[in-house]
Design a binder for this molecule. Structure first.
Ligand code: ADP
Ligand code: MG
Length: 694
């Protein structure tokens, strides 16, 4: 395989555009993208034509506007290029209008109430800052999705708006600091993706995996991850072959898949791409998830992206590595060898600290989902409390700067062996794996995002909150007579005011929960508690001020997230009811009746059967619990169904009543599983699932 040759062969990127477009059209398109300007219609028509010819030459027959509705999945509606001509034939056609704007039947996408109050139609609008690509013989055009009157109904629109806000404020600060050669600040992101691979035939025997993508029952296997023998362990042949196919698919659509390794849990793996601009990184992550599932299927596997597919086994997340880079090539979060002298770095570091402290609630909310609630706070994933890890070295450098003393960091740089990656400062301090937002050399790594969720949300919050910090700093710098002194004052004050958000210790410890409470940090444990932050007054003010989201759009986000939460848990609860009533209850009874036969037989032969009786009694009791909890759960689901309009109350009933009942039901069923002859148990055990792939 010639990787450079196949890389991005299905992407309408710079190279493809340069050869397909006339120089004038290419220039106009680039100018529009660089300056965030709308595109001239005549230019769009030429781009559409060239795109179509290019796509057809690659075997494409259809095109689609590819977009990311508010639930975080991707959506597409395929149209073929054919257009009838006189005499019954067809020609292949694609108009500039069809490139720029689409009108999908939007009525089945979630809108959080927006479309009901305005207009039923939805539009997709071409995002020329993300390359079109071919997937399954279809030209996919990345688009934003909005309502008739322009409200965002998707994840991309707010992301692009937040980039414009951040760029504006960052430029202002840089120019005030004398960096007048910079004309654009970009956000770079590398999203590491965790996932599980399970044998498909085994997985399909379980209704919970088929319907919900995670197990709702299942006793702990005799061997879990205690030995730590899976993490970075040798990759099994079937997994290896999957990874090779996946890499190939990803490379073809221009995704820089770079690192693949086993993760901590058995059957868990990770893929890390090389970082890129955040808008592209977001599209790429959505595409990566889709291709992971598709390629797994081809290999007789199932790729589980749920945050917590197995109880008692590490869950999966997504690490959002976030940084800022200028068009002149400076990483603004790179401390360099002498961070205490690097004013630009110190200002942007301070802006991030302030942003994360001031908007910790909504940053936490951006990672909230039903699936992620099972992960955040478990002793494996960052807790629900936002804090940031800077490391001793950087902290010392920061303090030295504030105290006007000198501090020499032990930093050296290292090369990663591939030219495309920048030289990274090598940390002298240990990596902190427990922090939700760790400074890792030249970027912040936000680790709260769930494996199934779009990375757009957290980046919208980070970008906007940092824009707000920078705006405040710019105001001070604007009236300053001595920029160096003002920078010093800003850094010192920010550190003093926001030191509480810095925590270098173990985030998994119970002491931290107490300490965080003392510091006044928020601990929003669950989705219903976290998501309402989107509409808190100070957050509405933030997003409206920077023109990223309106109050109406924020209400819609809150509503979609909470409705989604309720819907997901309800499907899980219904699946549990089905499994408990039709599979588990009868299975336990079958085994009990087998035990009773044994008891009879033993009795008639004068053999002591007291332990059989004890076991039969125990199982019978557990089955009674299963039955009773099932009945309770049925009633609770009815209760939730009865709360149709009030989505907040519904989500609270889910959190406070439905989920605890599901937990109880599971407890009895799982205990019964450990006591029942395997032959009688209706679905494959954890051991079979987790060790199913060789
Ligand atoms: P790890 O966190 O596993 O030790 P790395 O530090 O090499 O690995 O990088 C993790 C991810 O961070 C990769 O996707 C990498 O491309 C990304 N990354 C590295 N530098 C930056 C940057 N400046 N901006 C955004 N992401 C980055
Ligand atoms: Mg990482």
């Amino acid at each position: 395989m010639n990787i450079p040759e196949i890389f991005a062969e299905n992407v309408f990127n710079e190279k493809a555009m340069k050869s397909a477009l006339s120089p004038d059209v290419y220039r106009s398109l680039k100018k529009a993208v660089n300056e965030n300007e709308p595109l001239d219609f005549a230019v769009a028509q030429e781009v559409a034509d060239a795109m179509k010819d290019w796509a057809i030459s690659k075997g494409a027959t259809h095109y689609t506007h590819w977009f990311q509705p508010m639930t975080g999945i991707t959506a597409e509606k395929h149209d073929s290029f054919i257009s009838p001509v006189k005499g019954g034939g067809v020609i292949m056609e694609f108009s500039g209008k069809a490139l720029i704007k689409g009108e999908p039947d939007a009525s089945s996408f979630p809108n959080g109430g927006i479309r009901a109050t305005f207009e039923a139609r939805g539009y997709t609008a071409w995002d020329p800052s993300s390359y079109a690509f071919i997937k399954d013989n279809t030209l996919c055009i990345p688009t934003a999705f909005c309502s008739f009157s322009g409200e965002a109904l998707d994840k991309k629109t707010p992301l692009i708006r937040s980039l414009e806000a951040l760029n504006k404020k960052a430029l202002k600060v840089l120019h005030l600091m004398g960096k007048t050669d910079v004309s654009k600040v970009h956000v770079t992101v590398g999203a590491e993706q965790e996932y599980f691979l399970i044998d498909k035939e085994t997985a399909q025997k379980r209704e919970d995996l088929v319907f919900t993508g995670r197990t709702l029952f299942g006793a702990k296997p005799p061997k879990g991850q205690e030995l730590g023998d899976h993490y970075f362990g040798a990759i099994k042949p079937r997994v290896k072959s999957f990874m090779e196919s996946l890499d190939r698919e990803l490379w073809k659509v221009g995704i820089l898949a770079k690192t693949e390794h086993n993760e901590a849990a058995p059957a868990q793996h990770e893929l890390a791409p090389v970082f890129t601009l955040v808008n592209t990184a977001t599209d790429h992550n959505q595409l990566t998830m889709e291709l992971m599932k598709k390629v797994a299927e081809r290999h007789g596997l199932v790729c589980l992206l749920a945050e917590k597919p197995f109880k008692g086994v590490n869950g999966s997340g997504k690490h959002n590595n976030w940084s800022l880079v200028t068009d002149t090539g400076i990483n603004l979060l790179d401390p360099g060898e002498t961070p205490a002298e690097n004013l630009m770095f110190l200002i942007f570091l301070s802006a991030t600290l302030k942003a994360v402290d001031d908007y910790q609630d909504v940053l936490r909310a951006s990672a909230a989902s039903a699936g992620n609630d099972h992960r955040l706070g478990a002793h494996e994933a960052p807790p629900a409390i936002i804090s940031t890890f800077l490391g001793e070295d950087l902290l010392n450098a920061l303090k030295a700067f504030i105290n006007n003393s000198t501090y020499k960091t032990g930093k050296t740089t290292m090369r990663l062996g591939a030219k495309i990656l920048p030289p990274l400062p090598k940390d002298t301090t240990d990596r902190n794996r427990t922090s939700p937002l760790a400074f890792t050399g030249n970027k912040f790594e936000f680790r709260m995002v769930g494996s199934n969720d779009s990375i757009a949300d957290c980046n919208v919050v980070l970008n906007t909150a940092v824009a707000e910090s920078l705006d405040a700093f710019a105001k001070e710098l604007e009236v300053s007579k001595d920029v160096t002194k003002t920078v010093h004052d800003i850094v010192e004050r920010t550190f003093n005011e926001h030191e509480r958000i810095i925590f270098n210790g173990n985030n998994y410890s119970d002491e931290w929960v107490k300490e965080a409470e003392k510091r006044g940090l928020k601990n929003l444990r669950t989705t219903p508690e976290a998501v309402v932050s989107y509409t808190a007054e100070k957050n509405v003010e933030l997003f409206e001020k920077h023109k990223v989201l309106t109050k109406g759009e924020l209400v819609a986000i809150e509503r979609v997230m909470l409705e989604n939460y309720t819907r997901i848990v309800k499907i899980e609860a219904l699946t549990m009811l089905d499994m408990a009533s039709k599979e588990i209850y009868p299975a336990i009874n079958n085994y009990v009746s087998k035990l009773l036969e044994v008891i009879e037989l033993k009795k008639s032969n004068g053999i002591n059967s007291s332990t059989d009786l004890e076991l039969a009694n125990k199982l019978s009791d557990l089955n009674s619990n299963v039955y009773r909890e099932t009945q309770k759960l049925r009633i609770l689901i009815e209760k939730v169904n009865g709360i149709t309009e009030d989505y907040k109350t519904a989500s609270l009933v889910i959190k406070d009543e439905v989920l605890p009942c599901m937990e109880e039901l599971r407890k009895s069923a799982d205990e019964a599983e450990t006591l029942t002859d395997e032959k009688y148990w209706p679905y494959p055990s954890y051991a079979k699932l987790l060790f199913s792939v060789k």
